[in-house]
Write a protein that binds this ligand. Structure first.
Ligand SMILES: Cc1ncc(COP(=O)(O)O)c(C=O)c1O
Length: 418
């Protein structure tokens, strides 16, 4: 069935479904939604992201890859991991890639490796963007390190390079940059600060597979080590959890590989107290198929984003400053909605059958889990982060959304009046 016709059929069914019971819709949504599972909102005529449609784009090859592994009888630490790690390292532009269980673990293992190698110690500080997804901070605090949240810039939503230096202390050991929403966050000034103060540069590349910095290097190859998430909704998404660390540092690579495998470098010999945090063979095989199409998929995201940039004209809606396409792979398309109207626009789009998601409604420093942390002082002054949390709304974007659908999103947004 042609894609657009299929969409229209789904639209009819979902409209009926929505009319039958709005209450049921909420129950359905709440039960299905993992706190990070944006794509569960798949019953809309224009869903925020339909993972079913994304998988269907390369469905035959993915099914073939899964069957190959199922029939091979080899499910962990085999050829599929080796092939994917080799191909992903080549794609990112690093010597090493180590598959692991998820993106949070990838980041945890990087900081833990630096502790095991004597580069960092519990109590040391790590600069981090205040508006990131909480996983970046969890990886820091999990290792007994201290996050130092720094404001993003209001127009780029990425860490403000000019706000970093004032937060560097004798305990600072690293700057963790996050290529949030799929945008390159690296600037030469950040590199200079790392050299000046002898800091490690850790990249959180969970949201930016395929993105390049201004100098042409891929994000994930710029810093000393990078964590990647292959959570299903990511640009390179598995059919379950998955993650990887990329680095050019052989010591970090060896430590991460051991940590993610019980701390073992040799069977039944344990150098570290690690965990079982491996990427399984089925996910590696699926990721290797999807990697071949990643640039094509990203180009499609860029076309949808270009359409939004050129056609959204509602004065209540501010689009982030536009970067050249190479520097933005549009994992998400965030807009800021002024005048206290963000939630109203969300509800309005919802009523028009358009799925949107807030990234993120509560910044990490306001989360209960960090309420009693010494670093989380009332003096933390993060007005831009607070504003983003109050105004951000992410529009549908992904490899399976059509430009016709993007046009419907634009029409609905431009038709929204406060
Ligand atoms: C910026 C960022 N960092 C880290 C993660 C953690 O990745 P995962 O969900 O694979 O653990 C995510 C994903 O949700 C993310 O968006």
């Amino acid at each position: 069935m042609n894609y657009v016709i299929k969409k229209r059929c789904i639209q009819k069914i979902t409209t009926f479904y929505r009319n039958v019971s709005k209450k049921y819709k909420h129950t359905y949504s709440e039960e299905l939604m993992h706190q990070n599972a944006d794509e569960a909102i798949d019953f809309m005529p224009i869903p925020f992201l339909s993972l079913k449609d994304v998988t269907a784009l390369h469905g035959a090859e993915i099914n073939e890859a899964v069957s190959r592994v199922v029939n091979s009888g080899w499910y962990l630490q085999g050829q599929e991991n080796q092939r994917f790690e080799r191909n992903y390292a080549a794609f990112i532009g690093t010597e090493h890639c180590i598959g692991c269980a998820n993106g949070l673990d990838a980041l945890i293992w990087i900081f833990r490796a630096y502790i095991e190698l004597g580069v960092m110690a519990p109590g040391d500080e790590v600069i981090v963007p205040a508006n990131t997804y909480i996983a970046t901070l969890l990886a820091i605090t999990e290792n007994g390190l201290v996050p130092v949240p720094v404001e993003p810039k209001a127009d780029t939503l990425e860490i403000d390079e000019d706000a970093i230096e004032a937060r560097i202390t004798p305990r600072t050991r690293a700057i963790a940059i996050v290529h949030l929403y799929g945008r390159n966050a690296y600037t030469p000034k950040i590199g200079e600060l790392c050299r000046k103060y002898g800091l490690k540069l850790v990249e959180d590349n969970a949201q930016a597979h395929g993105c390049r910095a201004e100098d042409g290097r891929r994000t994930g190859s710029i810093g000393d080590a990078a964590g990647h998430s292959f959570y299903p909704g990511k640009n390179l998404g598995a059919l379950g959890d998955g993650g990887a660390v990329t680095t050019n540092d052989p010591e970090v690579a060896a430590a991460v590989r051991a940590l993610a495998n019980y701390g073992s470098q040799k069977k039944y010999v344990f150098k570290f107290t690690g965990r079982n945090s491996r990427l399984d063979e089925i996910q590696a095989a699926v990721l290797d198929v999807k990697l071949k199409y990643l640039e094509e998929d990203n180009a499609h995201r860029q076309a949808v984003a270009a359409y939004y940039y050129e056609h959204i004209s509602n004065p209540l809606v501010t689009l982030p400053a536009r970067l050249p396409d190479a520097q933005n792979v549009y994992h998400l398309f965030p807009v800021l909605v002024g005048g206290g109207k963000r939630d109203a626009l969300h509800d309005y789009l919802d009523a028009h059958g358009i799925g949107t998601v807030i990234h993120y409604p509560i910044p990490p420093h306001h989360q209960e889990c960090y309420a009693r942390e010494a670093w989380n002082t009332p003096q933390l002054n993060l007005p831009i982060t607070e504003r983003i949390a109050a105004e951000e709304l992410s529009l549908p974007i992904g490899p399976s959304i059509t430009l016709e659908e993007a046009a419907e999103v634009v029409n609905a947004i431009n038709g929204f009046h406060a």
